[in-house]
Design a protein around this ligand. Structure first.
Ligand SMILES: Nc1ncnc2c1ncn2[C@@H]1O[C@H](COP(=O)(O)OP(=O)(O)OP(=O)(O)O)[C@@H](O)[C@H]1O
Length: 322
């Protein structure tokens, strides 16, 4: 892309006392693009996003949104921004509709309150006090307010945390609609499926630095694919060939694993070639490869391999898959 990025971050730093939470980050988000920031708890996502939102000044480097410093020139761009923070500070005493009308009063060209509440499936809760909403409903109200001004740039900090799978997908559709209309979005999320669904590009933060960025395909390409099957003889009985009996598989990472039931598991950087070799080998020996499962790495596997810290990284992906 050659156009000026809508969000441009160069060498950004942010400190809390002597602790540096953002350590020299470069990041661009172009018009109509969604970039997802991923990272474990404490990686620095919110600290970075707050710089871009203009909620805090950078302690080093340069941050530009729509060509302006979002902290020092906030007034010039604030009308073009939609911000959904991790937790919004609504008054619990107001109803949903009153909250939305109050918010609309702060915007230059707000969309109609009814329309915005319908878009997040909250119209039926218009007369309910905010204090009585569920966590997921509060998230949907946050999203309604963030999108009410038809922002040019939308910042979404963990927008679907606490939402059930159906509401999460409804949120994705809403964001996709805004992207199609040209909105530029910077998203932080712990849900890797969300990043896979929505992001044009992903940036993975670790210890305040971006350690990997690119499309999902770029990121998973660096991780070996997996191949698994059960080796059986012609009569259907499981065979457990010795590893030495297997053909030479050029891309295999580490040693293939075969257990006593004939189940073969391996990881390879050359899935197509190694699968072809294995099928030819089985054919020549009149073997069957049952339960054959060959697949590229998922974003989750790539993320966990990168993080090296196991489950801390993706606390809730199973919930998304439900
Ligand atoms: N106000 C603060 N004062 C001191 N340290 C802070 C402050 N806010 C954040 N930190 C520290 O900065 C680091 C980055 O925090 P940040 O909230 O940006 O991470 P995050 O990636 O958004 O995490 P999460 O996924 O849990 O929201 C953490 O070590 C955190 O403890």
């Amino acid at each position: 892309m050659t156009s000026q990025p809508i969000v441009s971050v160069r060498g950004a730093r942010r400190r809390y006392g002597s602790f540096e939470a953002v350590r020299g980050v470069d990041l661009d988000v172009h018009r109509g693009e969604l970039v997802a920031l991923l990272g474990t708890n404490g990686a620095g996502k919110t600290s970075l996003v707050e710089l871009v939102e203009g909620l805090a000044p950078a302690d080093g480097g340069e941050v530009r949104v729509l060509g302006h410093d979002p902290y020092r020139e906030r007034r010039r761009i604030v009308g073009s921004l939609g911000i959904m923070l991790q937790s919004a500070g609504f008054s619990g005493d107001l109803t949903v509709a009153e909250t939305a009308r109050t918010w609309a009063g702060t915007l230059t060209r707000p969309r109609a309150v009814d329309e915005v509440l319908r878009a997040v499936d909250m119209a039926h809760r218009a007369d309910v006090r905010v204090a009585s909403l569920s966590g997921g409903e509060k998230r949907r109200l946050d999203l309604a307010l963030a999108t009410m001004g038809d922002p040019e740039v939308l910042f979404l900090d963990e927008p679907t945390t606490g939402l059930d799978p159906e509401s999460r997908r409804a949120t994705w559709r809403l964001v996709q609609g805004m992207l199609a209309a040209g909105t530029t979005v910077l998203l932080t999320t712990h849900y890797l499926e969300e990043a896979e669904q929505l992001a044009d590009r992903i940036a993975i933060l670790q210890g305040g630095r971006i350690v990997r960025s690119g499309t999902v395909a770029d990121i998973v390409a660096a991780e070996p694919a997996r191949l698994e099957c059960v080796v059986r003889g012609r009569d259907g009985g499981a065979l457990a060939p010795a590893v030495a009996d297997l053909p030479v598989l050029a891309g295999v990472v580490g040693a293939p694993d075969i257990d006593h039931t004939g189940r073969l598991r391996l990881r390879t950087t050359a899935l197509q070639d190694d699968l072809y070799t294995l099928l030819q080998w089985a054919d020549a020996r009149q073997l069957r490869l049952d339960d054959l499962d060959a697949r590229s790495a998922s974003l989750e596997q790539a993320f966990l391999a990168m993080d090296g810290a196991g489950t801390r990284a993706v606390d809730d992906t199973s919930e998304v898959a439900a």
